[in-house]
Write a new protein. Structure first.
Length: 296
């Protein structure tokens, strides 16, 4: 008799519970337990930052014009969006995922070819880039090397220019027979005086990022760069930016090279594979809004 009453009342009980959820606006219990009402977001969470050097030059880190074009052609063919470095940093700060596979392009050093050869090619593709330059060898006139006129033109065309030190030498540790005071003064010249020189010759342009020359760094140098107020420090440690990680103020870059890796193209496609990885989590609550690309 008792079993019969339970069977009869169970449908009534379910109707009552369902009506309560409907009227209260609360999600049904089975949806709450399954987690289907959670704010799950899916997007791309790894952003490789490419680092080029001399274009149409010589050396293990240089690429020919055709090789440079080939890399850019592959990015376009593989539907990899190229974004400004600063926008990637902003997404990393907010743990905001990308709607589509994304990379950033940086170019280092004071080779005249990067402003006079690489930049015009990047404009053809409508790809933004950040140029990291060191101040010691920038010329007042465009003869035989990077000149201030080149940097003004890069900024006018929508590219970014940031700091790569003053002398482009290793200053992550003291030299032999250099005392701590001498070493500290040298570091000041490399990370602070160089920024002052750039901002003096590029009025109105903020220097917010610092790239370690040749990738050399130390805890002391990192602390000095942070104390100098830079928003971002760049290494060449090759790891892609993880947009789900806590933002540390440091981003790694993958250096395009042709002598110190067995298969440069395979390594380049590995960066593409990173960019295509997807991430799904209820904890990451934001995905970028709207399509943005190009030199803006």
């Amino acid at each position: 008799m008792m079993r019969k009453r339970i069977l009869i009342s169970l449908p009534v009980f379910l109707v009552c519970i369902g009506s309560w959820f409907l009227l209260s606006g609360e999600p049904p219990l089975w949806k709450t337990l399954s987690g289907s009402n959670r704010n799950v977001q899916t997007g791309h969470h790894l952003v490789p930052i490419l680092c080029f050097h001399d274009v149409n030059g010589a050396g293990p880190y240089s690429v020919s014009i055709q090789e440079f074009r080939n890399y850019l052609d592959i990015l376009k063919k593989e539907n990899i969006r190229v974004w400004p470095l600063k926008k990637v940093m902003e997404h990393a700060r907010q743990n905001k995922l990308m709607k589509q596979p994304t990379m950033a392009i940086t170019i280092d050093d004071d080779f005249e070819n990067i402003a006079r050869v690489a930049a015009p090619i990047l404009r053809e593709y409508d790809y933004p880039a950040t140029f990291f330059v060191y101040t010691k060898d920038i010329n007042n006139h465009p003869r035989g090397g990077m000149a201030w006129e080149d940097l003004h033109r890069l900024l006018a065309e929508g590219f970014d220019v940031q700091n790569h030190s003053h002398t482009h030498t290793a200053f992550h540790e003291p030299r032999p027979h250099e005392n701590q005071e001498q070493f500290a003064r040298r570091v000041t010249q490399e990370i602070i005086t160089s920024r002052e020189i750039l901002e003096e010759h590029l009025p109105g342009h903020k220097i917010w990022a610092f790239a370690y020359p040749m990738g050399y760094y130390s805890p002391y140098l990192e602390s000095r760069v942070r104390d100098a107020g830079y928003d971002l420090i760049l290494t060449v440690d090759a790891a892609p930016v993880d947009l789900t990680a806590n933002f540390s103020g440091i981003m790694d870059r993958y250096t395009i090279q042709k002598e110190y890796v067995d298969d440069p193209m395979a390594m380049f496609y590995k960066q593409i594979a990173y960019a295509r990885q997807t991430y799904k989590s209820a904890e990451v609550a934001q995905v970028e809004e709207g399509p943005e690309h190009g030199l803006k």
